[in-house]
Design a protein around this ligand. Structure first.
Ligand code: ATP
Ligand code: MG
Length: 468
């Protein structure tokens, strides 16, 4: 499947020439090989890309924001001027997609679609989620630097690669907006040489050459027609034209030599991650107790049934509790509802809050148990300590659901063990998938800390069912 070779233009410094570079590079690359599909998109909201390439009747919707909503890029790409294809820009990406995309999303989308040629991505001057996506997906990142501060900012880009555990080898710096009239005495005769020396000294790699500051380039953006013209068509007599030709040649040769390597890497990474996730889920499934931890009935793993997942702190016991068993245990065994005659409303309210809660249990000295209700972040909402001996039957058949659970999960011989229970809303195994299970573990670590110092509550068998 053909995949795109991605060139991202990025710098955390504003006005260093990113958009000028992205748009003109697209035009030069296309001119170099008219059969090569060149696609350009911008995560910035200046609409320069749109003004420069839009064919008169082109629509502005759908746009780059739709990429992150599962729309196939092929449906977003428009034919544009100079043979360059574009995806329309979006006025406000964070408003359009209130939930920021994870850094890997664009790469995963692009690695799964049939897309040929070179994709150039223009970014905004902050390391926002869209810039991060463009960096993560890039085969080559060109960083325009025009002065010492813009060079210092490159550190953040290098850190981005380091934090993701990927090599920063795609990074290439390119001195831009260089005023060639400025001359220095000493070994570095102009700002181009000086910037390049600084960059190399800091361990960065640079592209060959630079892009000079040219009044002609400025006039191509600001003119009475309100258009944005390419240097290739309207500035051929300038030195910047030669510089862009040289730059495009380097980019094209790299594309020919290396090809869309990043997309292949991302696909391979994705496959191995999926394999690893499947393996981890399988291990969790293998640990599962086959029967309801309260009543002992078989649990059908393949059936969609509402229930509660329970796990002990050392994963000695992992399994499900049938929904009815859980409520019966709470109302009858723990709160003594039959005696107190708690109202139906309280029961319904409890069921409703249970969907958003976690429940922790831990034995205490003197035959007591501390039970806490926690919110989704593991913050304790209520906590109470009750006696378990009071309701214990002498014969096995008299054992309550609570006792069956405690005997298995929190035996007296393991006083430090903690049991956490969470309602499982999807299919039986839903909670064992990566994200819900990771949330469960986060709450677990929090609950463990809190229950280390249990509250000394007056006990005995409660007469009223109380929970906030
Ligand atoms: N080589 C050049 N010579 C002269 N002016 C240039 C050159 N390159 C860019 N400019 C001008 O500098 C200004 C900023 O350029 P550009 O918009 O490309 O930068 P940018 O990094 O994309 O900015 P932003 O961070 O705001 O998106 C524009 O007015 C542009 O016309
Ligand atoms: Mg820009």
């Amino acid at each position: 499947m053909p995949r795109p070779y991605v060139i991202t233009i990025s710098s955390e410094k504003g006005g260093v020439g990113k958009t000028t570079l992205a748009t003109n590079l697209a035009v030069y690359l296309k001119a170099m090989n008219t059969d090569l599909p060149v696609t350009l998109l911008s995560f910035d909201n200046h609409f320069t890309v749109d003004r420069m390439f839009r064919l008169s009747a082109a629509r502005t919707e759908p746009h780059v924001g739709h990429l992150f909503r599962g729309i196939n890029p092929a449906e977003l790409i428009r034919k544009g001027e100079y043979g360059v294809q574009t995806i329309p820009s979006c006025q406000n990406l964070s408003l359009f997609n209130p939930q920021a995309p994870p850094d890997e999303q664009l790469a995963e989308i692009l690695s799964g679609v049939d897309m040929e040629g070179i994709l150039i991505i223009d970014t905004c001057p902050i390391l926002d989620p869209y810039t991060r996506n463009a960096l993560y997906a890039a085969d080559r990142v060109i960083v325009p630097i025009k002065d010492a501060p813009s060079l210092e900012n490159c550190q953040h880009l290098a850190n981005f690669f380091r934090d993701h555990g990927i090599s920063h080898s795609p990074l290439r710096l390119l001195p831009c907006l260089i005023d060639t009239r400025i001359r220095y005495t000493g070994p570095f005769r102009n700002s181009y040489q000086l910037l390049k020396a600084y960059a190399i000294n800091r361990g960065y790699r640079c592209l060959e050459g630079y892009i000079a500051k040219s009044p002609k380039v400025e006039s191509l953006v600001t003119n009475p027609e309100g258009k944005v013209y390419p240097i290739l068509t309207h500035g051929r007599a300038t030195e910047v034209h030669l510089q862009f030709s040289h730059l495009a040649r380097q980019a094209y040769l790299e594309f020919l030599e290396k090809g869309p390597n990043r997309m292949a890497e991302v696909s391979a990474g994705q496959r191995s991650r999926e394999k690893c996730l499947r393996q981890r889920k399988h291990e969790r499934q293998q640990r599962l107790h086959g029967q309801c931890l309260c009543c002992g009935r078989e649990i059908d793993q393949n059936q969609q049934q509402k229930g509660f997942y329970a796990e002990t702190s050392g994963r000695e016991i992992c399994g499900f509790i049938e929904e009815d068993c859980f409520y019966e245990m709470i109302f009858n065994d723990l709160y003594g509802e039959q005696r107190s005659g708690s109202s139906r409303t309280v029961r319904e309210l409890f069921r409703e809050t249970a969907q958003r809660s976690y429940f922790s249990f831990q034995r205490q000295a003197g035959g007591k148990i501390t039970q806490a209700r926690l919110d989704q972040n593991g913050e304790s909402l209520s906590q109470r300590t009750t006696s378990i001996r009071a309701t214990r039957g002498f014969l096995r058949r008299d054992a309550t659901l609570l006792h069956s659970l405690l005997e298995q999960a929190l035996p007296e011989s393991e006083p430090k063990r903690l049991l956490l229970i969470r309602q499982n809303t999807g299919p039986t195994e839903h909670i064992l998938t990566e994200a819900p299970y990771a949330r469960f573990q986060t709450v677990f670590s929090r609950a463990r800390l809190d229950l280390d110092a249990p509250e000394e509550a007056p006990d005995a068998t409660p007469t009223n069912l109380v929970f906030p």
